[in-house]
Design a protein around this ligand. Sequence first.
Ligand SMILES: [Zn+2]
Length: 47
Amino acid sequence: MMTTPPKPTGGDEICPLCKKPKSEHTNKEMLDCSRKLRELETKDEHD
Ligand SMILES: [Zn+2]
């Protein structure tokens, strides 16, 4: 048996914005997503 079961939590955080692993982001995407996420958090706190 040489099957490797998929890890449920391999540390690959899923981006809530584009729904894909952060490891698949380009540098630009990472910047955009983290910025938008921060804006959302800020807006949430402000409300
Ligand atoms: Zn993203």
